[in-house]
Structure formats: C-alpha cells, structure tokens
Design a protein around this ligand. Structure first.
Ligand SMILES: [Fe+2]
Length: 464
C-alpha cells in the first residue's frame, strides 16, 4: 500500500493512485447532499477495494441513516475495516477514524464526537471529521459545541480551499442554533454566494428567518434558491418543510398541504428518517392549527412500523412514535414507547437521552393524542428545558413546545397563560401563539387581555 496526499495535504493509505482524490470527491458529495454519494463510494471501492479508510467511510454512511437496520450494516463495514487496518500501515488520523466508527457502532456518541474533535486538533482541514462532528453535536443538542467546533478550525481555511463555503455554512447554522442570528445569517449568505448549490447554507439562513419570524422573507429566500437546492438528495424535502412552516405561520393551509403532498411526503417510501420527521411534525402542527389532514397519517404508518425497535436517535424515534400513534397503530405505538422506556436503563448516549427526556416526551405525546391533555402537561412541563438534549434544531423541537402549549390551553389555563406570555415574547410574529394566548386568557378570567391578544393575531395575519 502507498501513501497518497489528498486535498489539503491529508495522507491516505491507498492501493490506487486516484483513491485520495476520489475520497475527497466523496466527502464533497456528502457535504453537498449529493444524490451520488453511493456512486462515489462504489467508484472508490471498485479500484481500491482494500482502502482502509474507505471502509470506515462506508460504515459512517450507514450510521448516518440513523436506523437499526443500517447500524447492522455499519458493524459489517467496521469488521471489514478492522481487518484491513490490522495489516496496513495506516496513519494516526486514519486509525482515529476507525476508533470513531467503533465508538459510533457501540452507541457511544459522546466518545465518537470526541474522537473526531481529536482528529481536528491535528488536522483542522479534515472536513469529513468536521461535518460528522457537526452532525453529532447537532443530534446531541449541543449548539455551542457545534459552533465552537467550526470556529476552532476556521482560521486554517483560506478562500482558495474548494470546500470553504461548506465550512462557512456549517458555522452559520451553528451560530443560528446558538442564538447569534446576525452572524449566522452573514455566514450562511456568504456560503450561498460562493456555492448556490450548498443546501445546508441555504438552510442556515432559512432557520434564521424562521427564528426571527421573517416568514414572507423566508418563503422568498427558499424559492429564490430552489432550482439549486432541489437538486440535492432527500435533504431537499427538509427545505420544503421549512417553506411549509412559513406558510403555516401565515395560516396559508392549502399551500402547506400542497407542499406536504407534492414534496414533504412524496418520497416517504424511500425510508429516510428525516422525511418522516418532516412529515410527522408538519401533520401534527397542522392539526394543532385546526386543519383536517384527512388520511395522510396512514402514509407514514407503513414506514414507521419498520422502525419500532430503532433507538439510534431518540429524536427520530419520537417522530416514528407520533406517526404510529396518529395512524392508529396502537400496539406498535405501545411497543415503541416501551422500547424507549427500556432504553432509559442503558448507558448508551441515547439511553441517557431517553431517560432524561425520551420517556417523558413519549408519555406526553401519547396522552395528548388520546385527549388526556392534563397528563401531557404533567409529563412535559418538568422536562421542557432539557428537551434540547434530544438534538434536532430549535425549529424542529418547537413541535414539543407546541404540544405542551396546546395541551395546557385545554387542561391547565393558568399554566397556558404563563407559557404563552413567554412564547409571545419570544415569537411575537406567531399568530398561532397569540390566538392560543387569547384562549388561555379568556379561560383564565382575563377577557380584556384576551381581546388584545386576539387583535395581535389578526394584525399579524392581515399583514401577512
Ligand atoms: Fe431545519
């Protein structure tokens, strides 16, 4: 085996002169949500079937699917990689990647991320490690770690580096999730200017607009770049989900339903977890806005039934659970809730997440869906400030805040009134929140304040 330098001077142990360049192209395809990630990997392995790091990458990609079935395949890739590493003279960096995959396959996500961060100390331009760490920080709800992870390496990057736009976009998204909207938007826009096809960076700016209640601007932003980001893999449906959220805030329900049917749920059959998260979260929000979603839940049941035993990411499991509950799959939903509860005894990273917020959230979702709003409030209220640890974005986790608010409006008017005082302060552009505030105020004996809140909702909607 030989050592070949790839982009940024990173050394790869290879059996083919083109392998390093092909590996770099694979990583760039991953950064860009390319539809051809699998093709890149196949091309790499076709000429270099024993390249040690290629098998680690294969394992990573399986793990990124976030499902039990794919984790099984990742363990096979890990076994192949272990065997190849034994006989090859690999670099420290490559061996650390193997260690990260080993930790990931063992469900030790904290250790996995620590290993990637260790790689980045010595190799700040290992953008694969950077993007994977970004992913894991994101699903640990660690916005500040996600932000600082990119900030640490950024000074080593220059304008001449082909992937620098992706790095800026990652930083933009992490800044947004850390609440620094102005800088988040600046880095996101800078990245999109450099590479309009960079969907993650379009997405970073879309998040800023969501968090700041800039709904019309958000629609214009995603529409303006649609021709580019819609060429990506299923991640594009998440951007359609964002567009649907803006329309939802504007109470443009027909448009939300069209976006749901034409895009968000259009490829559910391909069994990607993010598609189900988008779809389940959008349908439940629509229902909380008083919209009849017809038989749309049924379409999510078939896929969710395949994932009853999944616990790779509790955030994702909760979305499968929602789909099962709402589509009337009572037995499967009960089994999934029991699975989440059972996992709370595990020392695995997501087991701890399950104990901290998974069990309580699952209890609340099931209670609210069957009309027991009081129990939903009792289960969610004590853990609401810990929900971040299940990961996902603020915008995604807001579903659970909305469930809490909607349940409180039904069963605990005083709590609802206080929660909505808080929510309308944070989201003054949310008509749904003002309208619920009005209901809570009326029920809690404050009719004049209720009229004022209703007026706020009307004003937002008539300006929309
Ligand atoms: Fe998002």
């Amino acid at each position: 085996m030989a050592r070949t330098d790839g982009r940024y001077g990173l050394a790869y142990t290879t059996n083919h002169p083109d392998s390093a360049a092909r590996f770099d192209n694979l990583v760039s395809a991953y950064l860009g949500f390319g539809r051809d990630i699998g093709d890149h990997l196949k091309a790499l392995l076709a000429d270099d079937r024993d390249m040690p790091l290629a098998h680690v990458a294969k394992g990573y990609f399986f793990m990124l699917f976030g499902s039990a079935a794919m984790a099984e395949r990742a363990r096979k890739s890990l076994a192949d990689a272990e065997r190849l590493f034994e006989s090859a003279d690999t670099t420290d960096r490559e061996r650390l990647h193997l260690e990260a995959l080993r930790a990931w396959c063992a469900a030790d996500l904290d250790r996995t991320t620590d290993v990637w961060e260790a790689i980045l100390l010595d190799h700040p331009k290992d953008v694969f490690a950077l993007r994977l760490a970004h992913f894991n920080h994101f699903y640990a709800g660690e916005a500040r770690k996600m932000r600082d992870s990119v900030a640490r390496v950024l000074p080593q990057w220059t304008d001449a580096d082909p992937d620098i736009g992706y790095v800026h976009g990652m930083y933009g998204f992490a800044l947004e999730e850390s609440g620094d909207y102005a800088r988040g938007e600046r880095f996101g826009r800078m990245a999109v200017e450099r590479n309009p096809k960079d969907a993650w960076s379009v997405h970073a700016v879309a998040h800023v607009m969501e968090m700041q209640g800039r709904h019309a601007e958000g629609i214009a932003w995603v529409n303006r770049h649609e021709a580019d980001w819609s060429t990506t893999n299923n991640f594009r449906f998440h951007l359609y989900w964002h567009r649907a959220l803006y329309h939802l805030e504007r109470h443009e329900f027909d448009q939300v339903l069209s976006i749901y049917d034409d895009y968000v749920a259009s490829d559910i059959a391909s069994d990607m977890y993010l598609d189900v998260c988008n779809a389940a979260s959008l349908l439940w929000r629509l229902e909380m806005y008083g919209v009849d979603v017809g038989d749309r839940w049924k379409g999510l049941a078939e896929i969710s039934l395949r994932h009853v035993d999944d616990r790779e990411l509790i955030f994702v499991s909760l979305h499968y659970l929602i789909a099962l509950i709402k589509s009337g799959e009572v037995e499967a939903a009960a089994r999934m809730a029991a699975q989440i509860e059972g996992y709370a005894n595990s020392a695995a990273t997501q087991g701890r997440v399950s104990a901290r917020v998974g069990v309580g959230t699952a209890t609340a979702l099931a209670a609210f869906a069957k009309g027991d709003a009081g129990s939903a409030v009792d289960a969610l209220l004590p853990i609401r400030y810990d929900l971040y640890c299940m990961g996902g974005s603020h915008a995604q986790r807001d579903l659970f805040e909305e469930v809490l608010v909607a349940a409180a409006v039904q069963a605990r008017p005083l709590i609802a009134r206080r929660l909505l005082a808080e929510r309308t302060a944070l989201k003054p552009h949310s008509a749904w929140s003002w309208r619920n505030y009005a209901t809570a105020l009326r029920t809690d004996g404050a009719p004049e304040a209720a009229v004022a809140a209703e007026r706020q909702a009307d004003a937002i909607l008539s300006a929309a």
